[in-house]
Design a binder for this molecule. Structure first.
Ligand code: G3I
Length: 351
């Protein structure tokens, strides 16, 4: 082999191996600086105590990086209220104890929804008064049980359709549209100190739905119904929605005098369900930029409107997107091995 050829082979080899390293390299390590240190608002995640016990890296991330916690499933009606006369507190109490002993805020998710309802609730029969009593008991018992431990609640979740009409849930069918104001009132009676939220998806990408929700909630607030804030779920994609739509939605919510909770943030990189065995580097770069844009955009609103940003999962392997849509996806700040992704590193470096 000539010197020239040897040089070329070596150069290609070096380039190739550094490209591989670039692709495989963890872009930063979990720093002494925490994610929450870069911002003046709460930074949260959904926390699963079983995963914490099973994986030290998961536990380290949750312990060090976040100061707010939401339960992904164990505080939903099907888990907390499995039979009409039975409440099941064990796992949620453990989570509340963890939060208290680790100085983390606990956000309650969710009291009234059309999904993850226990069968007895779905099959409940009775007149309007019976339904009102049942809903009041459900809300009152739960909020009262966690009084002083849960500082805020998603009182009603996903009550609107995409066209801005009210979803025909069991609550709407049996109580009419007044179930929303009643739900907020019952929660407030049980814990007057708790911040109360309406939480929904597509409020960023769908201005029709957003305007309908705002106008409905404004009319309740005008009657004195205690609604403190709106949760913008934000299950987003790298390329969609445009950044300007995100900032417009955030602005519209605080300008209507609601606390803004970015309540379920994740950024999918595989909207068309391609067969991927790992995340393409260029998508991870775009994802990092989008996360940073959202954090910076949120950070610039007035402090009195910032309730916080909650990421919906710790490592990519934990994401609901994988099992719900049965697709490979990498939407979170940490990878399958709980190592930092570019998005985490960019937030740590640039916030
Ligand atoms: O608990 C059962 C278990 O007993 C059973 O063996 C297993 C078999 O499938 O299912 C378990 O239930 C799963 C549950 O999560 C708890 O792990 C359900 O199948 C699964 O569908 C459910 O998914 C949750 C989903 O809400 C339900 O709609 C996701 O984890 C959770 O991330 C997701 O969260 C929602 C928010 O609450 C509201 N906004 C949208 C967001 C994403 O869908």
């Amino acid at each position: 082999m000539s010197n020239w050829m040897l040089g070329a082979v070596l150069t290609i080899g070096i380039l190739f191996s550094s490209a591989c390293r670039e692709e495989e390299m963890t872009p930063c390590s979990i720093q002494d600086k925490r994610l929450v240190d870069g911002v003046d608002f709460y930074c949260g995640n959904v926390v699963d105590l079983n995963r914490m016990g099973a994986n030290l890296d998961y536990a380290r991330i949750v312990n060090t990086q976040f100061n707010s916690v939401t339960a992904e499933n164990i505080m939903k009606p099907a888990f907390l209220h499995p039979s009409e006369n039975l409440f099941h507190w064990t796992e949620a109490d453990q989570l509340a104890d963890y939060c208290a002993s680790h100085s983390k805020r606990l956000h309650g998710h969710t009291l009234i929804w059309h999904q993850q309802l226990p069968p007895w609730m779905l099959n409940f029969r009775g007149d309007q008064t019976a339904w009102e009593n049942m809903m009041r008991e459900h809300i009152f018992q739960i909020v009262n049980h966690f009084k002083g431990k849960v500082s805020s609640w998603d009182v009603v979740n996903e009550a609107f359709n995409d066209d801005g009409t009210l979803r025909n849930s069991i609550w709407k069918k049996n109580l009419g549209s007044s179930y929303l104001e009643k739900a907020f009132q019952y929660a407030h009676e049980a814990d007057p100190a708790a911040k109360l939220f309406y939480n929904d998806y597509s409020l960023v990408i769908n201005p029709v739905k957003r305007k309908a929700v705002l106008s409905f909630l404004n009319s309740l607030k005008a009657k004195g119904v205690p609604i403190d804030g709106i949760g913008l779920q934000m299950h987003l994609f790298n390329g969609f929605p445009e950044n300007v739509e995100i900032s417009n939605a955030i602005d519209e919510v605080w300008k209507n005098d609601y606390l803004v909770h970015i309540s379920e943030l994740d950024i999918s990189i595989n909207p068309f369900s391609q067969a991927l065995d790992k995340a393409p580097q260029e998508e991870l770069v775009r994802q990092a930029e989008k996360y940073l844009y959202i954090f910076k955009t949120y950070d610039r609103i007035h402090a009195s409107y910032k309730f916080g940003i909650t990421i919906w999962g710790v490592g990519d392997r934990d994401s609901w997107i994988r099992y719900f849509y049965n697709r490979a996806d990498f939407p979170l700040l940490f990878d399958d091995n709980y190592q930092p992704k570019r998005a985490y590193c960019k937030l740590i470096a640039d916030l």
